[in-house]
Design a protein. Structure first.
Length: 76
């Protein structure tokens, strides 16, 4: 979950031709929001984005997908 536009802004910049590689982490949390695992990635850039689709009945969660290409990944 994120409430900032940082990922969207990064994706737009790359799609516009501005190559910007970043370092980041994907952190998995349990139900109490305690960290259970972490994946650190390096020299990464967004390579594919898929916007959310509306369901006919309106009962499904909206999901966006961002695929990130990475040079290196480590489990922390």
């Amino acid at each position: 979950y994120t409430s900032t536009t940082e990922l969207w802004d990064w994706t737009k910049a790359v799609l516009a031709g501005k190559s910007e590689r970043k370092v980041g982490s994907i952190i998995m949390l349990d139900d109490s929001h305690a960290e259970i695992s972490r994946y650190n990635f390096f020299e990464a850039w967004p390579c594919k984005w898929k916007g959310f689709e509306f369901s006919q009945d309106g009962n499904e969660a909206s999901v966006e997908q961002l695929e990130i290409a990475v040079e290196k990944i480590e489990r922390g």
